[in-house]
Write a protein of this length. Sequence first.
Length: 192
Amino acid sequence: MSSPLAQSIVDLSSADESKRLAAAGEIYRLGRATGGSAIAEWWAESELSELLHAPSPAVTVGLAVQRDTFGRIRVANGTPRLAKVPPDQDAEEFEVHLADGISLDILTTREPGGEGAIAKYLAKFGEGIQQVEHLCESVDRAAPILKEKFKLASVYPATRAGADGTRVNFFLVSSPDGGKVLIELYEAQSRG
């Protein structure tokens, strides 16, 4: 593995806590930079900006890894609780929250080689930053703003159930470098 991202993924499972922290910080920085450049113009739309909790948005970087890597990272980081993922979604995940607002969502497929989104991502791209997640006050309200003002269609026709009782939808956004970034908008679990 030669890229800085690949090395950071390896270092997330290091026995050396300082290596793990540096790796998490680098992955988070890369994800925030990539996602941030793709959605920079969103912050100028006042209602959308408010829905995304500007000026201090809650951002989590989603990292897709193979099942064996997932297990190593989980053990090295104190075996965080696995999220409750809806049964129709081929994913397992856990979150790592560190100082300075660093938040990572570590994702893998339940069925390697399967048809789920994470399995397809891993087959096409290998391990890497799969999505950038933004806490949103109302995904149902944000989706029409993104469609009307930014010509972005959501991946799913309607907001759907996500991990741990969240409500989610996804948007594939062009980045300045000509690539695409998957942005997840999620609403926190309702307390009702």
